[in-house]
Design a binder for this molecule. Structure first.
Ligand code: DMJ
Length: 455
């Protein structure tokens, strides 16, 4: 089923938007947007490994051919360092490791080089935006006082270590190890990591802490750095353990109705809200639980299950059985959006991502049942004539579509659903870590071989 959904999403993208960044499935055309600095084909690169894993051979060849013939890196425009890294570099690296095809390796390295000028700051903390042509970089206009964002500069580690491994050039690893050094040096309020840091002074700019947007994948990359190093990077593990302990103490709360959630923290005051993005944390905590101390193992597995259950409730309490962008636990509300502006669903993966990890780590059948509910809801409410679309309000069964098939729907949502229903040895968690866009990167058991070269 997930394979059929993937083929449908891909075929329509190919027919109406091939080479553009995303498909607009209602108007049947392509969308370019301004996140990728003039790069094109975000959906192609994001979809490569999913097509390959699902054995959609013909479609994978179409995508590969586009990368070989039409993927132009000589572009000039403002790109998000984070998005280019997680989608393009992550996608190319995974495609390389799965297939051994040189074109993916060389494009990943070429693109990686283009990101390096963003690190030319007094602290080495990169700025969020870079012109891929000129190398000029700056901070997001909306980020307070020229700051860099934790989830952005903290979500480079996995990919950059692989760039060094594949090129023999230490510069990529040096850049991300320096980020870690700055983070270790700066004082953490109550052991927490705020979301905004100055790339000039290396100090926090304001005290907003979140395991959802702006913070999320920083935490994910700590535990995954440790796993990817074959459990040798003990510094990353310690940072993860300490951060999780602080998060649990200061942010994790239980609602009157018994739902465990992770609130946001603004200078000590809690905002009792959980974003859809924060729902990846059930999977992350489960992944880490296995490797926690004996007395914490079960505790963290329980916490992961409770958070995943809360995220499932946010889906179950909507009319479409899809979850809102953010849900709250205040004024008598539990796990539902209270603001009109938070009722949308843009095909995000985080909830099924947690189902996939919880399934693999517990084999409790309810996670497959919950995943199946999502498949049915996607088919019913998001499938349109020419692809899949996000919806503007999950609380009405005659939803309005947003006319966008996000590239992460093919990279993540459909991949995690597929993995939820197949055997554990398909991309085994012992051998692969998924980057934050669900692109699998190999664990460094001895050194990073491609799957193709091992066979
Ligand atoms: C994806 O691009 C990644 O999962 C990222 O870490 C967060 N946002 C989207 C999907 O929601």
């Amino acid at each position: 089923m997930c394979q059929r959904m993937m083929k449908f999403a891909w075929d329509n993208y190919k027919q109406y938007a091939f080479g553009k960044n995303e498909l607009r499935p209602l108007t049947k055309n392509g969308h370019i947007g301004n996140m990728f600095g003039g790069l094109r084909g975000a959906t192609v690169v994001d979809a490569l490994d999913t097509l390959y894993i699902m054995e959609l051979e013909e479609e994978f060849q179409e995508a590969k051919k586009w990368v070989e013939k039409s993927f132009d890196l000589n572009v000039n425009g403002e790109a998000s360092l984070f998005e280019v890294n997680i989608r393009y570099i992550g996608g190319l690296l995974a495609a390389y490791y799965l297939t051994g095809e040189e074109v993916f390796r060389s494009k990943a390295l070429e693109l990686g080089e283009k990101l390096l000028p963003a690190f030319n700051t007094p602290t080495g903390i990169p700025r969020g935006v870079i012109n891929l042509g000129s190398g000029m970089s700056w901070s997001w206009g909306w980020a307070s006082a020229g700051s860099s964002i934790l989830a952005e500069f903290g979500t480079l580690h996995l990919e950059f270590l692989h760039l060094t491994e594949l090129s023999g050039n230490p510069v990529f690893a040096e850049k991300v190890m320096n980020i870690r050094k700055v983070l270790n040096r700066v004082e953490k309020p109550q052991g927490l990591y705020p979301n905004f840091l100055s790339p000039v002074t290396g100090n926090w700019v304001q005290h907003h802490v979140s395991i959802g947007g702006l913070g999320d994948s920083f935490y994910e990359y700590l535990i995954k750095s440790w796993l990817m190093s074959d459990k040798k990077d003990s510094e990353a593990k310690k940072m993860y353990d300490d951060a999780l302990e602080a998060i649990e103490k200061h942010l994790v709360r239980r609602s009157a109705g018994g739902l465990t959630y992770i609130a946001e923290w603004r200078g000590g005051i809690l905002d009792h809200k959980m974003g859809h993005l924060a729902c990846f944390s059930g999977g992350m905590i489960a992944l880490g639980a296995e490797h926690a101390s004996e007395e914490r193992k079960q505790h963290y597995m329980d916490l992961a299950a409770e958070i995943t259950n809360t995220c499932h409730e946010s889906y179950a309490r909507s009319d479409t059985k899809l979850g809102p962008e953010a849900f709250r636990f205040d004024t008598g509300t539990e796990a539902m959006a209270t603001r009109l502006s938070e009722r949308y669903y843009i095909l995000r993966p985080e909830v099924v991502e947690s189902y996939m990890y919880m399934w693999r780590l517990t084999h409790d059948l309810k996670y497959r049942q919950w995943g199946w509910e999502v498949v049915k809801a996607l088919e019913k409410h998001c499938r349109v004539e020419a692809g899949f679309s996000g919806i503007r309000d999950v609380y009405t069964t005659v939803p309005t579509h947003d006319n966008m098939q996000q590239s992460f729907f093919l990279a993540e949502t459909l991949k995690y659903l597929y993995l939820l229903f197949c055997e554990d040895d398909v991309l085994s968690l012992d051998d692969w870590v998924f980057n934050t866009e669900a692109h699998p990167l190999p664990v460094n058991h001895t050194n990073f071989k491609t799957k193709a070269s091992v066979q």
